[in-house]
Design a protein around this ligand. Structure first.
Ligand code: SF4
Length: 735
């Protein structure tokens, strides 16, 4: 351990015998820089200090960042492989577990074809692991069916940006441009809770005279800082954007020169928004007509302006259309490609940006290349040293994988560091689909709800143990150094993939000694692609404190601000796309009279697997709840703290009531961070966006009824006998 740490040139404080390891918090896309204080003798992280010199977070971290390492040594950490025997997960040797995986997957593929085995990844993986997982699926397992939980996160914004700009980098400008903006429109994003250290940038913009408008059905902590909050009716965002653009055109607050020189398709959009008068839009959205006019004037008049979106409008079955309607606004104003002007899709997961660029998406090869483009396939084949024909074609998207399982088409799944049973919509359906598999393999830190269903579980690595790069919400590639080794017999995720690939007969394609070796290959694989990392090295990242992609050579410092001269479509122009508003599929009716929406809390991350095992975070947010307006609660005689049962067309779940005036009376809200019978996704709709395949997490119709008492513990969360054996036997987990 000492040698490893020295090799990374960390500062050693001899007086306290601690080592400072430079890293980044994994719990959101800000990737705040933190120094982990490590006691090399005890192999233990003893403290965390935010790093002032990192320009993004500048010495700030939210409560999650300060304790982000704690779960890595939680007593429930998996440290030994498990194999299901006689219905129970039982301790196994690595040799047995790895042989069993290879045997089972090869048997499935012999009988049903290569695509009958699928792979599922995650947006928290490092770029190296995301890249390697895509290569593992296509070269070692030879399956087309790989996708990841980022499909549930960024896919609508990514599709919209690719259509409009010809490239998908979440933010077109760096965060330090925010204080330059005189108008900021935030649509369906709650940065105060999801990216807390981003909030000071907005406050600085206000101090500089900028206005902030927040569009959200809830009066969130972000809405509280806004100059104007629009509590929009769920699912009507594109009508609102069309209405704003209607007024801007009517009042001639658009940039004719920019539209003429740098875009195409405006006339059709102009024709479409003609019918979106403020009065009509007010009827659809519930936003007063005068406020729609006000926003159009603020946005149109402002010398500089930025539009931000996030999951609120993206996690809908019309998520792409919603984002496109925002981008139409940006293009018509001409406020993009210059300081203080642009668009940003605020990435949620730690590596939501990089995770979608390097090949764990079903339709994509590294460098944001298309798996259906013959030239792109040829290039990757040359990098990987295989024949182009050996690279499978486009596979199924995340939720479609579970539909294919239910249809009997997919028989096996390999999951790396993801918990799709909890994170997928309509999770009862997903549970049935997973239960029907011949073989489910999960690599993770804990026995998640998904891992508990597995046939084989492998103990993988925590963020503190894996070296690698992440790409933050700006498109800035940063480097996380390892600060400790995996406990017990747990192994580094990338080494598990390489070992399985070796056993599948592909050793020569996975001969890496270090994570940096993988990154060096990723650089080459991305060269010439849309997300070009070829000029980025570990050394340059540390020297520059992050490097923005595209970065095409050693001399190139990277690209902070996109589209200063041209967009990424072949003609250099951005493309308008007309959006006609349509109601969401599920509307409140007599059976289900309210909207249900879901989202994150500040103290938890994703399905809560890590943050619920962090004492200080879980103590402050120990259980889920349903948020509702007092007017709504009164209709059923419900009071704060009462228990209610929520029912949707997908399922039912019970939650304690939290009354708040900060939500529309026609809308209920449930956070997403709990598993089993506390999972919000027992209720959500699996309607998919036709283009991005994003599920409709944010909107379904719901009813509720008061129940007399707290639901009984159904025992699902308890350890089986085999799992207890694992708890008693595991080695070195630092309990
Ligand atoms: S959760 Fe996000 S804002 Fe909080 S410390 Fe981590 S990276 Fe920073």
């Amino acid at each position: 351990m000492q040698e490893l740490l020295r090799a990374f040139q960390h500062k050693v404080d001899q007086s306290v015998r601690e080592v400072g390891v430079s890293s980044h918090c994994p719990f959101c896309s800000m990737q705040c820089a933190i120094e982990l204080r490590v006691d090399p003798t005890l192999m233990k992280i003893t403290g965390v200090q935010p790093i002032k010199e990192f320009p993004v977070s500048a010495g700030k971290a939210c409560p999650k960042g300060i304790v982000a390492h704690e779960h890595s040594r939680h007593w429930e950490r998996l440290t030994l492989p498990l194999i299901r025997k006689n219905g129970q997960l039982t301790i196994a040797a690595w040799e047995e577990a790895l042989s069993e995986i290879v045997h089972r997957f090869q048997s499935i593929q012999t009988k049903y074809g290569c695509d009958a085995v699928s792979v599922f990844g995650g947006g928290s993986l490092t770029n190296e692991k995301a890249y390697l997982l895509g290569k593992f699926a296509r070269i070692a397992l030879r399956t087309r069916n790989i996708d990841y939980n980022g499909r549930y996160c960024m896919s609508s914004a990514a599709t919209a940006m690719n259509k409009t700009f010809g490239i998908d980098r979440g933010m077109t400008i760096p965060l330090h441009d925010i204080p330059l903006a005189k108008m900021i429109l935030i649509v369906g994003a709650n940065v105060a809770d999801c990216q807390p250290t981003m909030l000071p940038y907005f406050r600085q913009a206000q101090k500089n005279g900028g206005k902030i408008v927040v569009v959200d059905p809830r009066y969130t902590n972000t809405a509280k800082i806004a100059d104007l909050h629009l509590a929009v009716r769920p699912g009507t965002d594109s009508a609102l954007m069309n209405g704003i653009l209607h007024v801007m055109i009517q009042e001639n607050r658009i940039d004719h020169g920019f539209i003429e020189e740098r875009t195409s398709g405006f006339e059709r959009v102009k024709e479409t928004v003609r019918s979106y008068s403020p009065e009509r839009v007010a009827d659809i959205t519930g936003i007063p007509a005068e406020q729609i006019v006000q926003i159009a004037r603020w946005y149109g008049e402002a010398e500089t302006a930025i539009v931000y979106t996030a999951r609120g409008i993206e996690q809908q079955a019309k998520g792409v259309q919603n984002v496109v309607s925002c981008l139409n606004l940006v293009l018509a104003s001409g406020k993009i490609g210059k300081p203080g002007c642009g668009y940003g899709a605020i990435t949620g997961q730690g590596n939501g940006q990089g995770g979608r660029e390097h090949g764990q998406k079903s339709d994509q090869l590294p460098g944001y290349r298309s798996i259906e483009n013959p030239e792109h396939r040829m290039y990757l084949a040359s990098v990987w040293g295989v024949d182009e024909q050996e690279i499978p074609g486009k596979g199924k998207s995340a939720y479609e994988l579970f539909q294919a399982m239910a249809d009997g088409e997919i028989k096996g799944m390999f999951i790396l560091a993801s918990n799709p049973l909890t994170s997928s919509p309509d999770s009862r359906f997903v549970k049935k689909a997973l239960a029907g598999l011949d073989t489910l393999v999960v690599v993770d830190l804990f026995l998640t709800e998904t891992a508990k269903m597995a046939d084989i579980v492998l103990p993988g690595s925590a963020w503190t143990e894996d070296e690698g790069t992440m790409t933050n919400l700006e498109g800035r590639v940063i480097l996380r150094r390892a600060s400790q080794n995996p406990p017990g017999q747990a192994r580094l995720d990338w080494q598990i993939l390489c070992e399985l690939a070796r056993r599948l007969g592909k050793k020569k394609h996975f001969a890496y000694e270090t994570a940096e070796d993988i990154f060096e290959e990723l650089r080459l694989a991305s060269q010439g692609g849309r997300a070009d990392y070829s000029g980025i090295s570990y050394e340059k990242i540390e020297r520059q404190k992050g490097v923005f992609w595209p970065c095409i050579s050693d001399e190139d410092p990277g690209t902070e601000r996109m589209f200063t001269e041209r967009f990424a479509h072949p003609d250099g122009k951005a493309v308008f796309h007309a959006v006609e508003y349509q109601d969401s599929k599920e509307q409140p009716d007599s059976d289900f009279p309210f909207f249900l929406t879901t989202g994150r809390l500040m103290l938890h991350y994703l399905t809560g697997v890590q943050t619920r095992r962090t004492v200080s975070l879980n103590a402050k947010a120990p259980e889920p709840f349903v948020e509702m307006h007092p007017i709504t609660a009164n209709q059923k005689g419900v009071q704060d703290g009462d228990w209610v049962e929520l029912r949707t067309r997908q399922g039912k779940a019970r939650f304690r009531v939290k009354l708040t005036p900060h939500i529309r009376p026609d809308t209920l809200f449930v956070p997403i961070h709990w598993e089993y019978d506390q999972s919000a996704n027992l209720l959500t709709s699996a309607e998919l966006d036709p283009e991005s395949k994003m599920p409709e997490f944010k909107i379904c119709a719901v009813s509720f009824a008061k129940i007399s008492s707290e639901p009984e513990d159904n025992g699902e969360n308890h350890l089986t006998e085999g799992e207890k054996e694992h708890e008693q036997t595991k080695i070195g987990a630092g309990r």
